[in-house]
Write a protein that binds this ligand. Structure first.
Ligand SMILES: Cc1cc2nc3c(=O)[nH]c(=O)nc-3n(C[C@H](O)[C@H](O)[C@H](O)COP(=O)(O)O)c2cc1C
Length: 183
């Protein structure tokens, strides 16, 4: 799949077939995600893949703040990636100590996680696996459910699986002249 097709055809997928994506395929997708750029190449993103029905149900009941839309998506999902990142490194020259290098201080860690997230979604799409990013989540409860190490925090959930039915309709985009300026 070429890059332009990949970018334009990726959609948020919320209806999944009753079929798990095998772990070897998911390992390949995470292996591709490693090519995401990151602050000073610190590579702080981590992927905890949940493919067990009881844990996915727990994420639905406790992890999405009771948001029905997300609960309904999780009800037909067989895979969820908990995207997390190692705290306190990105934004610094020295990951072990020192002040943040810019006025954005630690905001670069969420920036890194965002790039990792889109790289994961595009890699998944290229491998025929649909994804949906969830931002309406309870980071603390999710950390507990999947047992994240203390040095990490949850950035987002990415639900994944084989899409059921027709490929989701494209959502509208602003015109390029609304978002672009040259100086
Ligand atoms: C940071 C972020 C948070 C999001 N949170 C949710 C969410 O909680 N639930 C959901 O169903 N979709 C969520 N989405 C998906 C967006 O609604 C979706 O990307 C957007 O409408 C564009 O549609 P598309 O992904 O199909 O192009 C989120 C996307 C991003 C980037």
């Amino acid at each position: 799949m070429n890059a332009i097709t990949m970018i334009k055809q990726r959609r948020s997928v919320r209806k999944y077939k009753n079929k798990k994506v095998n772990r070897a395929t998911m390992k390949e997708i995470v292996s591709l995600s490693r090519w995401a750029p990151s602050w000073a190449n610190f590579q702080i993103a981590r992927y905890t893949l949940v493919d067990d029905a009881a844990t996915i149900e727990k994420l639905a009941t406790d992890g999405v703040k009771g948001f029905t839309y997300n609960i309904n998506t999780l009800k037909n999902a067989h895979g969820v990636a908990v995207l997390s990142f190692v705290k306190g490194k990105s934004g610094k020259f020295d990951p072990k100590k020192g002040d943040y290098a810019t006025t954005k201080s630690n905001e670069w860690e969420a920036f890194d996680a965002g790039i990792a997230c889109q790289t994961f979604c595009l890699a998944a799409h290229a491998k025929g696996v649909g994804t949906c990013i969830f931002g309406v989540i309870d980071e603390e409860l999710i950390s507990g459910i999947v047992g994240l190490p203390d040095e990490e925090t949850v950035a987002a959930l990415i639900v994944y699986g084989y899409e059921e039915g027709e490929h989701a309709e494209p959502t509208p985009r602003k015109e390029v002249d609304e978002i672009l300026r040259f100086v």
